[in-house]
Design a protein around this ligand. Structure first.
Ligand SMILES: [Zn+2]
Length: 262
């Protein structure tokens, strides 16, 4: 049959022609009877091409029913599985988002508690966080639909066009290799997670991330203009917004979601 459920990440529906045997081995089951299935790769038999398919491990009496039902999946059926998998992932993300964010490779959140303590009595810093929060939540579409895929593509192709990312490429190399066959799924979960992060319910988590990103020493390291230019000028606002949206996208694309959610 053409589809199986990948049980690792909330029950994502996987097409046989796109399944990677190595990574998915042991994690595939039949969407109808829930029995384990394995991938039979596409091959030639007597000169005839046999397409890749999922096959039940053991003979269960209902197999023909399974084949028949899976074979008739409509777009709607598939969407039901996709929605169910997403719901399961969001439940985990809701509980552990901050823990997951700390595993990103772009920004270290190790010093968050220290920085929060240092900055807690400064109204100006509180205002900066509030403004930063506005900047990122107003740009949710651009972060999710544009920046995450674009930066993901650059990291994956080891593009040397952006200096900031270039300096991290070594770190990213093994990460990219690990995820290469699952990149679409990785990007999809990165987008889902960023969307959740930028939703009203995650304000407290965003403020933690912003405390680190907006801490003057950290901004100074990334772009001196963020510190040297006068705040609230058009130029500063533009640089500040670019800085934050880019960092958020980098954070979300550089987390190994598949591993965390498995
Ligand atoms: Zn079955």
């Amino acid at each position: 049959m053409e589809y199986a459920l990948l049980t690792k990440i909330g029950g994502e529906l996987i097409e046989a022609s796109k399944a990677d045997y190595q990574d998915y081995y042991g994690f595939l089951k039949c969407p109808v009877c829930n029995e384990p299935v394995f991938l039979r790769k596409g091959h030639l038999r007597n000169g005839k091409e046999i397409t890749a398919s999922f096959v039940h491990h053991k003979a269960v009496p209902e197999i023909s029913t399974c084949e028949l039902r899976v074979g008739k999946y409509s777009q709607e059926d598939i969407e039901v599985f996709v929605a169910k998998a997403k719901k399961q992932r969001l439940q985990k993300l809701n509980i552990s988002l901050w823990k997951y964010l700390k595993t990103n490779m772009a920004v270290s959140f190790r010093d968050y508690e220290k920085l929060r303590h240092k900055t807690r009595n400064y109204q100006l810093f509180a205002d900066l966080l509030a403004y930063g929060d506005q900047c990122i939540t107003n740009n949710i579409d651009s972060i999710v639909e544009n920046l995450i895929p674009t930066i993901g593509e650059m990291i994956k192709n080891q593009d040397d066009n952006i200096g900031v990312i270039m300096s991290m490429l070594d770190k990213f190399n093994s990460f990219v290799n690990d995820l290469k066959s699952d990149w679409l799924l990785h990007e999809k979960i990165a987008k889902e997670s960023a969307e959740l992060f930028l939703s009203p319910q995650m304000k407290e988590i965003r403020y933690r991330a912003l405390t680190v990103l907006c801490y003057p020493d950290n901004m100074n390291l990334m772009n001196k203009d963020l510190i040297e230019l006068r705040m609230n000028t058009d130029e500063w606002i533009k640089i500040f917004t670019n800085y934050l949206t880019l960092q958020i996208a980098l954070i979300f694309i550089s987390i190994n979601w598949i591993k965390l959610l498995s």
